[in-house]
Ligand binder design. Structure first.
Ligand SMILES: NC(=O)c1ccc[n+]([C@@H]2O[C@H](COP(=O)([O-])OP(=O)(O)OC[C@H]3O[C@@H](n4cnc5c(N)ncnc54)[C@H](O)[C@@H]3O)[C@@H](O)[C@H]2O)c1
Length: 340
């Protein structure tokens, strides 16, 4: 395997994953509609990287020419964005993913790593959920992950090896930063406003993982023996990294002691509350994560000090997915179907 296609290569995770795979010696073809192309804090040239600027719904066989494996990240990537237009969420996240997998099979591409989400567990019962745990998706975004996994399961065969990486909620510094993720949001808001704001009552549980640990996990999945990852789901994270939202706020407060914690009660329709077990990925793929949330907040603070993060930059549309898509729609840069 030398040539890999990474869809969603220009996004929050993709911007970290692409250089990682290049450093490991791969040639990377990226495919992305580039919804967030303006929001690049430190654009750098990358060798052995070619970008196909294209909507995933329009991917063609020719785009897969010479590709040995696919990592599929592209999509409407969180609940608020998924709620913008549920039909589009299913079109992009589900139907286009299945179509990409069909094209992969026709191109005789065996390895297909799908970026799924722990969000599909939705509301748990307090126990740590394994990959066999009950799925209780609360939103169109989470349902789109369930439907895609179910479709890929049916497509798995001797020549097609799909793997479902169910990432915990991500955090960490990326050139394509996202402040709509809880750790990044609490740290960034504290830095920019001297306030820590919890949306909801702070009691829900959330598993968290650094984007560099996600990248490492995808690499291990790609390099693993086929029989270990064939048609397998993996929760991506670490069992000790399940936190209640209020504990994340307290970790942030330790770095920003002058900030008050404000509980806003309204949770903007986010009903997720789950605890996840990550034993399988540790034992089967040997993942040892390098990051914890306190280290992630330290990283964030160091970066925010360096770039002098202020309220304006924190609120810049480029770093909150829904705001950027709404801007593109209002300014007719994309049409109502989100095509450029
Ligand atoms: N960030 C997280 O916390 C998290 C957690 C679990 C799973 N995931 C999954 O990981 C993947 C990547 O997430 P991310 O945080 O980097 O998201 P992101 O929104 O930052 O990046 C997604 C990328 O996909 C592109 N894209 C969106 N729609 C497209 C389309 N129709 N055609 C082509 N490209 C399109 C966007 O331009 C963007 O660059 C997603 O599938 C997401 O569901 C993310």
């Amino acid at each position: 395997m030398k040539n890999i296609l990474i869809t969603g290569s220009e996004g929050y995770i993709g911007s970290i994953m692409v250089p990682f795979f290049i450093e490991k010696g791969f040639n990377v073809v990226g495919l992305d509609s580039s919804f967030f192309s303006e929001g690049n804090l430190n654009q750098t040239y990358l060798p052995r990287y070619k970008l196909i600027k294209k909507d995933i719904r329009k991917v063609e066989l020719i785009d897969l020419d010479g590709i040995d494996a696919i990592i599929h990240l592209a999509g409407l990537s969180n609940d608020p964005l998924g709620m913008l237009n549920e039909k589009l969420t299913y079109d992009i996240n589900y139907h286009a993913s299945v179509r990409l997998a069909e094209l992969a099979k026709r191109s005789k591409i065996d390895r297909f790593i799908f970026s799924s989400s722990c969000s599909l567990y939705g509301k748990g019962d307090g126990n740590a959920l394994t990959e066999e745990g009950v799925q209780n998706p609360q939103t169109a975004y989470a349902k789109s992950k369930v439907l895609t996994e179910e479709a890929l399961v049916k497509m798995a065969d001797k020549k097609f090896c799909p793997t479902y990486m169910r990432n915990a909620t991500a955090y960490g510094i990326s050139p394509r930063m996202r402040f709509d993720l809880v750790v990044n949001n609490l740290s960034g808001f504290a830095h920019a406003t001297n306030e820590i704001r919890i949306m909801g009552d702070g009691t829900p549980w959330r598993p968290l993982v650094h984007i560099r640990d996600i990248t490492q996990a995808f690499y291990l999945a790609l390099m693993a023996d086929r029989n270990k990852v064939w048609n397998q789901a993996f929760n991506v994270g670490k069992s000790s990294e399940n936190y209640q939202i209020k504990s994340i706020a307290e970790i942030v407060k330790m770095r920003y002691p002058n900030c008050d914690i404000k509980i806003m009660q309204k949770n903007a329709g986010d009903n997720r509350d789950y605890n996840v077990s990550f034993s399988k990925i540790e034992t089967v793929l040997g993942l040892t994560t390098n990051w914890t949330v306190p280290q992630g907040v330290d990283e964030a603070k160091a970066c925010f000090d360096m770039i002098k993060l202020n309220k304006e930059l924190f609120n810049n549309r480029n770093y909150t997915r829904l705001n950027q898509i709404q801007f593109l729609l209002e300014n007719k840069i994309i049409n109502s179907e989100l095509f450029i």
